[in-house]
Design a protein around this ligand. Structure first.
Ligand code: XUL
Length: 523
């Protein structure tokens, strides 16, 4: 019987699972959507409404930690009983998790995980004993601006910019600022926290539940999204750790635990709870998990000179890189597939550029100028395939790239500021052009420093289905624009359907780790 591989993706809005066979063909995909399938938690878009009673403060953005246990229970019931996946054939599992978000486990968490019975659900048994903090802060949280300024100052005082050390300037959603603020507000919760995990290694930890449960290490690629990991030294930054800890840093280092530097690390065998409850095989591997953006990169593995462009709520560019070139304008992360060995040809880093004004800005323009119809938006873009009437910038929300750019700015063909274009519909090509040019200038600059040119862009996300937008993108970027589709079967209809990149990326890692272990005995 062919071995099967499972990839999970615990994202903001859903827990997803992709099941692949040994040849990487999709068998089925399933998900639990938090707002709909677990509506009693009251989330909207996967997070609690602002001001909810369990949030630390009025403006915080977060999700109930216990909801993730309920989601694991529900997903596995769904795939075992509704979809009847042959779980006994799964040879290895890996997971992807929303980047930066942290899960806080209480003292005694490992014992609690070791003591559970397969007769009851995770939620029933762990809801009151596992967590020291009821909330998982979400990447949309912006309550930590003051802490970001402090972290930047602290790094400067120590003689290096935070960006140089950790690969990114301080960001409100990054874990260091989040831990710092919470530790000061709730020192008693901090004291009774034994482990601080990212969502990715939290899922891996949960997969070990049962008699031999263990704490899965952080993944190095994902640890780079914390503003705590010294990327060059490949260890925690001692001064930053101490600052966030409020002491000498040893307590925080113990809470964070190990960082796995090799993505082929096997965390453990699947926990006995899973074996007994869902019939998983005792030798099923739990593989190192990683963040959702690294997992997408892992799924598509662009070569040097290629990029992944995700056109979603924000527009995100992922770009492999051979050199460590931190810059305040983007994030530098360790590549999720690089094993740090001399023989490994995978670029050791990848860069992530985030443009906040993505789909929401395009939708605003469609509603304002195109009667809320994409067809009209497309027609307008096609009317001016080479937009020459002027230039427009549409920073409806304070932008990340360029940092804190705000407002709407239009310039006529002579470069003079104008309140509106003579042809109102011209706003559509003007926006798409300036968005594409923003991608181009930054990508070119990054590639020039590694003497590479852009040969291909893989476009994913909602807007990737818009051929007009993709054509303009190809014109501006002057390269091939490809829309990758990962396809697999759906057990509901047995039709071939598009699969989710992150959970498929996680399943790819499971397949890779399993193969390495089989051939080379790497663990
Ligand atoms: C990346 C980021 C988001 C989350 C989404 O820096 O904050 O893309 O990873 O889950």
């Amino acid at each position: 019987m062919c071995a099967l591989f499972l990839g999970l993706d615990l994202s903001t809005q859903a827990l997803k699972a992709s099941l692949l066979d040994e040849h990487l063909c999709g068998i089925d995909e399933a998900q639990v959507r938090f707002d709909d399938d677990l509506s009693h938690f009251g989330t909207q878009g996967g997070i609690l409404p602002r001001g909810h009673a369990i949030l630390d403060e009025q403006e915080a953005a977060g999700s109930p930690a216990v909801m993730y246990l309920a989601a694991l229970d529900k997903l596995w019931d769904r795939i075992a009983y509704e979809r009847q996946w042959p779980l006994d054939r799964i040879a290895a599992i890996s997971a992807a998790g929303q980047q930066h978000a942290s899960v806080y486990l209480a003292s005694g968490a490992k014992d609690a995980l070791r003591g559970i019975s397969s007769m009851k659900t995770l939620e029933e048994q762990l809801h009151s004993s596992l967590f020291s903090r009821q909330v998982v802060p979400n990447w949309q949280d912006v309550t930590t601006l003051a802490e970001c300024a402090e972290l930047m100052r602290k790094a400067d005082e120590c003689g290096a910019a935070l960006c140089e050390i950790t690969g990114s300037i301080a960001h409100t959603r990054f874990t260091a600022a989040q831990i710092l603020r919470w530790r000061r507000q709730h020192p008693e919760q901090y004291a009774r926290t034994e482990h601080i995990q990212l969502v990715s290694n939290f899922v891996a930890t949960m997969l070990t539940a049962g008699a031999d449960a263990c704490m899965a290490p952080l993944d190095q690629s994902d640890a780079c999204g914390m503003n705590l990991w010294d990327m060059q030294a490949a260890q925690w930054s001692v001064p930053l750790l101490a600052f966030v800890d409020g002491a000498d840093g040893t307590a925080l280092a113990a809470k964070l635990g190990q960082v796995a530097r090799d993505p082929r690390t096997v965390v453990a065998r699947i926990g006995t709870w899973w074996q007994q409850r869902y019939g998983l095989r005792a030798d099923c591997l739990v593989c190192q998990s990683t963040g959702d953006n690294p997992a997408t990169l892992q799924c598509l593995t662009p070569a040097l000179g290629e990029a992944v462009l995700s056109l979603g709520t924000s527009d995100t560019v992922l770009l492999p890189s051979t050199m460590y070139m931190p810059d305040p304008q983007y994030h530098t992360f360790q590549h999720p597939v690089s094993s740090h060995q001399a023989s490994d040809e995978t670029p050791p880093y990848f860069l992530m550029l985030v443009y906040k004004n993505g789909s929401l800005a395009r939708e605003w323009l469609r509603n304002t100028y195109c009667d809320a119809q994409w067809a009209k938006f497309d027609a307008a873009v096609q009317t001016w395939p080479t937009p020459t009437l002027g230039t427009g910038f549409y920073w409806l929300q304070p932008e990340i790239l360029p940092w804190d750019a705000r407002g709407i700015h239009r310039f006529n063909a002579a470069g003079e500021p104008v309140p509106e274009f003579s042809e109102r519909l011209y706003n559509a090509p003007a926006m798409v052009q300036s968005q594409c040019l923003a991608f181009r200038t930054r990508i070119e600059r990054v590639l020039a420093s590694s003497q590479t040119t852009l040969s291909r862009v893989y476009v994913v996300g909602g807007a990737a289905g818009n051929p007009t937008l993709c054509q303009l993108l190809a014109n501006v970027l002057n390269c091939e624009v490809a829309r990758p589709i990962i396809q697999g079967r759906s057990a509901d209809s047995s039709e071939v359907v598009p699969y989710n990149f992150c959970s498929v990326g996680a399943a790819f890692r499971a397949r890779w780790v399993w193969e390495c272990r089989r051939i080379f005995g790497v663990s």
